[in-house]
Structure formats: C-alpha cells, structure tokens
Design a protein. Structure first.
Length: 343
C-alpha cells in the first residue's frame, strides 16, 4: 500500500433547444432542432496520455450501464470522463449531459440539480424524482455525474433508482470512492506513466513559457519533477505553470514543500483545483474523524508499508479489530492504494 500524501437550484430552468410538453399534470423537456442535445464543454487544453484508460472506459460503457471513475483528487477523473463521453456521443440519440456536483453542499438538492441540467420542470405536486424518472425512461441518454464524493450516498440511491426504471440510460460517474451499488463497473485511476507525465509537463510548460520543449538537456530534470509529484496530473500542471517565474531547477528544489509551491491554478478551475493543498484538504474533509486520525498516523511512512506496520504504529490509538476496516475505508476513498509486494 502507498500513502498519497451550496449550490442552489430550483425547478424550471430551461435549456437551449429544449421545448416543454405537457403529459397529464406534468411538464417535461423534449429536445428539438437539428443540433444533438447535450451540454458537454469544449476542451481548452490538449488531452495528454490515458489512451489505455480511455479505451477501457469506452469498453466498460458498452457493457455496463453504470461506470465509475474513482481516484484521488487531481488524478484526472473529470478530464478522462469528458473525453470518454464525447467520443461515443453518436450512440446516445438524446444526448450526453454533464451534471457537475463539486459545489453541491446539500444532498437533498441532487435531484433538482440533475433535472435543471436536463431542462426539466414540473408545476404539479408530483415529486421531481418521479418526473425525472419518467423523462429518462423513454430516452437513450448518457448522464455524466461529476464529483459525486460529497453526496455519494444520495448519488448512489438516485443512480440505482434511475437505472432500474430507465432501460436505455447509462451513467458515467466520477468520485473519490465508488458508488457501491449493483451492476457498477469501477475503474480506479492511478497516476500517469512516466512518458505521459513528461509529455503533460512539456505541453503545459509550453503554454506557460512559449518555446519550451523537452530536450536531451532538460528531460531528466522534467522526469524528476514529475516523479517528485508522483505523476499526479493536477500537480504536474501546477508545477509547469510555475515556469512563468522560475526555472525547472528552482521548481525541483522547492518541491519538498509542494503544498506551498503548487498553487495558482487556472482562474476558471473549481476552487479545489486551484492548489494541491486544497485538493488534498478536500479529501481529508470527506473522511470521518477516525479515518482522519488513521490518515495522520500513516503519514509517518515515506513510501509503501505493510498491514502489520500500520497496526503497530496505531497500537493504543484504535481497537485492533477496527484498523483493517478503517484502512479499507481509506482505500475505498482513494487515500491509500493497495499494491502487490511481489514477494
């Protein structure tokens, strides 16, 4: 194992190219016009690496109705999900719809947020979830639920309810932990390979410092930077942005205090992606107090550790029979990764 160290919504928000139809006492949205419905954003930067994972996700979507991309914050779950969602768009005649949940602080508003993104509204007394289910039951549609971790229980319940009633619906979710319902296919993202990490740094560095390119003189230094940040895409992008004011040598020297260095992300990015420290802190806040305490104990390990070692350092702090359960919870939340020792 290795230690990695409110939104408000209301019913009735319209969507462009959508028209309302009345059915009984309800009103639901229907796509019209020649343009295929959907709300996926256009990419502003190049998609680097992850070709193997992209192929896996596309295959999983063809065979499973719920696919979850799980992994630690900053590993690139959202970017991979959006790329995977774009490519098979022709298979979904009623569109591909992104629902961003990263800023949602109240799980009770989940259904409202999903309905709003689809352009649904209902003026009757019926529960909005019933309206949503009715709408999706007759459509071939891909729903991308992004950043489910802080409302994971509500997201799991909604996904299961919809999938049981809507035969042509597929859901692609991203979360720091799996939704944990029947039929879910989970792909746990790991950091980038060395080659992809170096390519990502070079690409983002060229945007920050025009003319930058990988050369025989700097490729070893770039690889050391990427290795120092454990191949985490968010950290690599934040490090590359520092080239506006620092040399690669200076960046590498200061990575011992990476949380102080890796800040100043894109102004257009969510707050949790502005700094590496915020991203890690977000994961910490999503843990229970006992999980947070175990995380703190495990931080004494610089690299991998064995279960017995974890139990030894926690002696006296936890009931021994609960350590495995807590450690498993950290694995589920992508804080700790289980690896084979090769012994």
């Amino acid at each position: 194992m290795k230690n990695f160290s409110g939104l408000q919504s209301r019913r009735g928000l319209p969507v462009d190219d959508m028209a309302l139809r009345t059915k009984g006492q309800s009103a639901v949205a229907k796509a019209t016009g020649a343009r295929r419905p959907g709300n996926l954003p256009l990419e502003l930067t190049s998609f680097i690496g992850r070709q193997t994972e992209l192929a896996i996700v596309k295959h999983m979507l063809s065979s499973s109705r719920l696919v979850t991309l799980a992994g630690i914050g900053g590993v690139g779950k959202t970017r991979l999900a959006l790329r995977a969602a774009v490519e098979p768009m022709m298979d979904f005649v009623d569109g591909v719809w992104l629902v961003e949940l990263g800023e949602l602080g109240d799980a009770a508003l989940l259904v409202d947020v999903v309905a709003a993104q689809l352009g649904l509204r209902d003026d009757s007394a019926r529960p909005l979830q019933d309206v949503l289910t009715e709408y999706l039951s007759s459509r071939r549609l891909l729903l991308v639920l992004d950043n489910c971790e802080q409302v994971v229980d509500a997201a799991a319940k909604l996904a299961e309810t919809l999938l049981r009633s809507c035969s042509d619906l597929r859901i692609l979710a991203t979360s720091r932990e799996a939704l944990g319902i029947g039929g879910e296919a989970v792909l746990r993202l790991t950091p980038l390979t060395v080659v992809d990490a170096d390519s990502l740094f070079a690409n983002r560095a060229a945007a920050a410092l025009p003319g930058f390119a990988l050369t025989d003189e700097n490729k070893d230094l770039v690889s050391r930077i990427c290795t120092k940040v454990e191949g985490l895409p968010l950290a690599i992008e934040l490090a590359a942005a520092r080239l506006r004011a620092m040399s690669p040598e200076q960046i590498l020297e200061r990575l011992d205090d990476r949380y102080a260095l890796l800040t100043r992300g894109s102004r257009g990015a969510p707050e949790r992606q502005q700094t590496l420290g915020w991203s890690v802190g977000w994961s910490y806040e999503l843990c229970t107090p006992a999980e947070q305490q175990l995380w703190a104990r495990l931080s004494v390990f610089a690299g991998s550790f064995e279960l017995q070692a974890a139990e030894d350092i926690c002696n006296g702090d936890f009931d021994p029979e609960h350590i495995v359960d807590l450690l498993s919870a950290l694995v589920d939340k992508s804080i700790v990764t289980r690896t084979e020792s090769g012994a």
